[in-house]
Ligand binder design. Structure first.
Ligand SMILES: CC(C)(COP(=O)(O)OP(=O)(O)OC[C@H]1O[C@@H](n2cnc3c(N)ncnc32)[C@H](O)[C@@H]1OP(=O)(O)O)[C@@H](O)C(=O)NCCC(=O)NCCS
Length: 137
C-alpha cells in the first residue's frame, strides 16, 4: 500500500480516536497516524507520542511508512534522539517487535507503571550517530 502524509486537524478528531482505539475501518481514507513533538528540557530529543494504524490495515506496511516518514522529518529537523513509550503487556508484544525490528533499543523499564504487572517500556533510537547522541549539549 502506498500512503501520502497530510497534517490532521480538529475535523479528524473522531477518526483519530477511532484509530487510537483500534476499531474497524470506516469510510474515509485516513488509515493511520503518528504524532510526535520535542521533549521539553532536552537538546533535540523528540517523543513519538502515538502511532496507530487501522486494525483492518495493520501488517500491510502502513506503520513502517509512517515511522520512516517521522524519522525522515525529524532527521531533517536535526533531531538527535527519538523516545517511544509502550507497555510490557503481552498484547503489546507485536508493537514492541515493531520497534525492535526498526532499530529501537529497549532502554528502560519502569515496573508497574501502568498497573501492577504492566510496566512502562521505553525505547530509544539515535537518529544521528551514537557519538552525537551522547555528546554534551
Ligand atoms: C504497531 C503498529 C503501529 C504497526 O503498524 P503496522 O502497519 O501494523 O506495521 P507494518 O505493517 O508496517 O509492519 C509490520 C510489523 O509490525 C508488527 N506488528 C505490530 N503490531 C501488529 C499488528 N497488530 N498486526 C500486524 N503486524 C503488527 C509485525 O510483527 C511486523 O513486524 P516485522 O516487520 O518485524 O515482521 C500497528 O500495528 C498498530 O496500530 N497497533 C496498535 C496500536 C499500537 O500499539 N500503537 C503503538 C503504541 S506505543
Amino acid at each position: 500500500m502506498s500512503c501520502s502524509l497530510r497534517p490532521v486537524g480538529r475535523a479528524h478528531r473522531a477518526r483519530l480516536e477511532q484509530l487510537t482505539r483500534s476499531t474497524g475501518f470506516a469510510d474515509d481514507q485516513l488509515v493511520g497516524y503518528a504524532c510526535w513533538g520535542p521533549t521539553p528540557g532536552t537538546a533535540a530529543t523528540h517523543d513519538l507520542y502515538w502511532i496507530a494504524v487501522d486494525r483492518e490495515r495493520q501488517g500491510a506496511g502502513v506503520g513502517s511508512q509512517l515511522l520512516n516518514e517521522v524519522e525522515r522529518r525529524l532527521m531533517a529537523d536535526g533531531c538527535r534522539l527519538i523516545v517511544v513509550e509502550t507497555s510490557s503487556r503481552a498484547d503489546y508484544g507485536p508493537t514492541r517487535g515493531f520497534y525492535e525490528t526498526r532499530g529501537y533499543t529497549r532502554t528502560a523499564t519502569i515496573p508497574g507503571y501502568y498497573a501492577p504487572g504492566d510496566d512502562l517500556v521505553i525505547y530509544t533510537k539515535e537518529l544521528a550517530t551514537g557519538d552525537l547522541a551522547r555528546a554534551a549539549p
